[in-house]
Design a protein around this ligand. Structure first.
Ligand code: PLP
Length: 379
């Protein structure tokens, strides 16, 4: 049997929606599907304002522009991270300050944030790894105490919640991704969630997203032409992609339920290995409702991970171990960080292994993975 690490899942209705866009001959951005998708996200997740973007990376870039990050500013973020978050800060001349993660979730360790706050700190950026929420109560408390902005990278956490609130909707801003590897996909795509009622910032973001122009006024029929208003860029996705995404998002619950089923089989069938101290299973803390984006385990050490990964590959099973810590990456080192700065991050990231989980995964496929993993671990 061959089990890929990940596999896209598409719905019939996506083709119909895309065809409609092509037939209309209106493939550029900010047409009816973009509006539908923005409204669907706002209603389903109780977000106050959503701006669709060309990627999750671009949503992070828009957030950095909104915060007016510049040389001398610092942003506290986990080192166990995708490069996009750090890039969005570095591209504006500001500095990432890396914090540790906690062992039970791989999310930023709320207790490690406070000692890294200086006069230069402008914000706390968090990732909800694997679609499991960070300790947002502690993080929001710290942010209000020190008057810092919170940006949530909820790229992996669309349709996941923390204490009854959807992730991406808790901090000042949230960034979502609809990349082909995520739970809901448009190939490339993302969204910036703006959670404040600050109307002038909403207006500013609308202009930044549309090449620094007030083109949205024209699209709404409020102006007959548009002009250069501010520095901005092109963050607006094609209607073709938004049509695809609309078809995906109409199936929010189906995708979550299908992935939940796979997730639960892993937990049930691997729990005895945890009891015997052979592996650690990923945890979902009290108050977190995940979206089952990732299933991972922690092994004893890096050597064992390499061996298990190679043996699973031999059996036709794809696995992965993203992320690689940023502080010890070539770019992190060039910014002056050293591997020993964050020992927990180095240790945990070297032992984590992600197992296949995708919407269309069959029960016999999960069982094949479990069976081969057990064999490998019992050797
Ligand atoms: C996927 C991902 C991104 C990047 O999203 P794109 O849409 O591919 O730009 C950013 N952060 C995290 C945590 C991700 O998982």
């Amino acid at each position: 049997m061959r089990i890929p690490f990940n596999k896209e899942y598409h719905f019939q209705c996506e083709i119909q929606y895309i065809k409609e866009v092509l037939d209309k001959g209106a493939t550029a951005g900010d047409g009816s599907y973009t509006k539908l998708v923005e409204e669907l996200l706002e209603t389903s997740f109780d977000f106050s304002k959503v701006f669709m973007t060309t990627s999750g990376t671009h949503a992070l870039e828009m957030a950095a522009i909104a915060l007016d990050l510049k040389v001398g500013d610092e942003i506290i973020m986990p080192s166990y991270n995708f490069p996009s978050m750090a890039n969005s800060v570095v591209l504006r001349g500001a500095m990432p300050v890396f914090a540790e993660i906690s062992e039970d979730t791989m999310n930023i360790d709320a207790a490690d944030i406070e000692r890294r706050i200086t006069d230069k700190t402008k914000g706390i950026y968090v990732i909800h790894y694997a679609g499991v929420g960070c300790d947002m109560d502690s993080i929001m408390d710290l942010a209000s105490q020190y008057r810092l902005y919170v940006v949530e990278d909820a790229a992996q956490a669309v349709n996941a919640a923390y204490k009854g609130r959807y992730l991406g909707g808790i901090g000042y801003m949230g960034c979502l991704s609809f990349h082909g590897t995520k739970n809901y996909i448009s190939g490339e795509g993302g969204a910036l969630v703006f959670n404040s009622e600050d109307e002038s910032m909403k207006r500013f973001l609308e202009i930044v997203r549309q090449k620094g122009t007030n083109r949205m006024d024209m699209i709404r029929g409020q102006a007959s032409s548009y002009r250069w208003m501010n520095a901005g860029s092109s963050y607006c996705p094609s209607e073709v992609l938004m049509a695809m995404l609309y078809g995906q998002l109409k199936n929010l619950d189906f995708v979550k339920a299908a992935r939940c089923r796979i997730f639960n089989i892993y937990i049930e069938q691997l729990s005895d290995l945890e009891d015997k101290g052979i592996i650690k299973l990923m945890k979902v803390p009290y108050g977190c409702e995940p979206n089952y984006h990732i299933f991972y385990i922690l092994l004893k050490n890096e050597k064992e991970r390499s061996r298990v990964q190679a043996e699973l590959k031999e059996a036709g099973i794809g696995t992965a171990f993203h992320f690689m810590p940023l502080h010890s990456s070539p770019m992190g080192r060039s910014l002056g960080f050293k591997p020993e700065d964050l020992p927990a991050t180095e240790d945990l990231s070297s032992r984590l292994l992600r197992l296949p989980i995708y919407t269309g995964m069959e029960v016999n496929e999960v069982e094949y993975v479990v069976c081969n993993l057990r064999e490998s671990l019992m050797r």
